[in-house]
Design a protein around this ligand. Sequence first.
Ligand SMILES: NC(=O)C1=CN([C@@H]2O[C@H](COP(=O)(O)OP(=O)(O)OC[C@H]3O[C@@H](n4cnc5c(N)ncnc54)[C@H](O)[C@@H]3O)[C@@H](O)[C@H]2O)C=CC1
Ligand SMILES: O=P(O)(O)OC[C@H]1O[C@](O)(CO)[C@@H](O)[C@@H]1O
Length: 385
Amino acid sequence: MKAVHFGAGNIGRGFIGMLLYRAGYHTVFVDVNEKVINEINQKQKYTVTLADEAQQQEVIENISGINSIKDPDAVIEAIVEADVITTAVGAGILPLIADVIAKGLLKRFENNQTPVNVIACENMIGGSDLLKQHVLERIPEIQRPAVEALVGFPNAAVDRIVPNQSHEELLTVSVEPYYEWVVDEQGIKGEKPDVKGITYVSDLAPFIERKLFTVNTGHAVAAYLGYYLGLDTVKEAMDSPPVLDIVKGALSETGRVIVKQFGFDQAEHEAYIEKIIGRFLNPHISDELTRVARGPLRKLGKNDRFIRPATLYLDLFGEAPPYLAKAIAAAVSYDFVEDQEAKELQWSVKENGYQKALALVTELDVEHPVIKAALAQLEVLKELK
Ligand SMILES: NC(=O)C1=CN([C@@H]2O[C@H](COP(=O)(O)OP(=O)(O)OC[C@H]3O[C@@H](n4cnc5c(N)ncnc54)[C@H](O)[C@@H]3O)[C@@H](O)[C@H]2O)C=CC1
Ligand SMILES: O=P(O)(O)OC[C@H]1O[C@](O)(CO)[C@@H](O)[C@@H]1O
């Protein structure tokens, strides 16, 4: 069996590649990073280490790599033969890989009518839907119905913290022990990929929203508040009482929304939050705040980890959530110079002022209560410094 996986980065090697290997696939990693691809082809294996007391290691084999810049034809051929296609490239990169996927699918269906599934494993709601849209735009109209009939784009939620890596061996990756990969079975075409570790569900919304608005919201709150206070790592941020207080406050606000929206049991959700806070405090992981905070324009987007739960909170409970507002205020202040989106955000703040810059990035009205609450919190945050 062959899997084609786009993105041989942290989550690609440390999570998706690991489960595909265990399930018996040969994984073809497709990436633009020449060093990583060369190393994959040279070593044909890499090590995953679990970041806990025992530091257990697992060697992942049965892999090869393709540099999609240098050899797009090889990617097309790999798609022709693929039994499953997965991605972990970053939400913003999905449009960039759509072209080669479209070409691969068209070539595949010249001789092979076997259905195939493309699963985007990105931190966003509707990642596979988005990829599907970009792929279909690149398929001639007349062939779209056939492609839609044979290609599944099931949405997915993936959860495992994989920090930036620095090991002697380039491909080695250290990951937290916990993982969860939930896939929407309604979106599957043909047979479900038989991968131990994938949980198939008939309604993904509760899973992706619970995960995005707890793990990713909580992490992002710690990252932006921690950075605001001059800290470097998630652990340092979580050890800071004001940051911990705001993380807990924000998660209790997103929790109210999730419990109300999806009917999760309150006590169970509180236990879920506690477990996630424990994961952020893992002493065996050193996770830079700038990794977790990366891409503030995306993270301040209307369907992402702050604005969607904040606007839902307003709709459900009639007021803007004060802790999420603090996090939004810290996020709009994020000015890490090595982050292109942070630079663009700060340029917008300078040009437009905080209120308009926030309205532009969140697509909310300048007078929206969530924007106003965040502006008020900008002043309050200054007292923390
Ligand atoms: N690291 C983590 O803990 C988690 C990450 N995710 C999601 O997984 C995705 C990837 O994140 P990471 O692995 O952390 O990032 P990463 O930066 O380690 O990996 C991304 C990989 O994609 C490659 N890439 C960039 N452009 C490409 C292109 N055009 N074609 C093929 N490959 C390309 C990069 O070279 C890199 O190797 C993101 O959407 C992230 O939100 C989800 C859950 C956990
Ligand atoms: O990958 P993104 O969306 O930029 O955000 C970083 C997030 O990735 C994760 O590492 C895994 O979900 C989280 O720890 C963190 O919230």
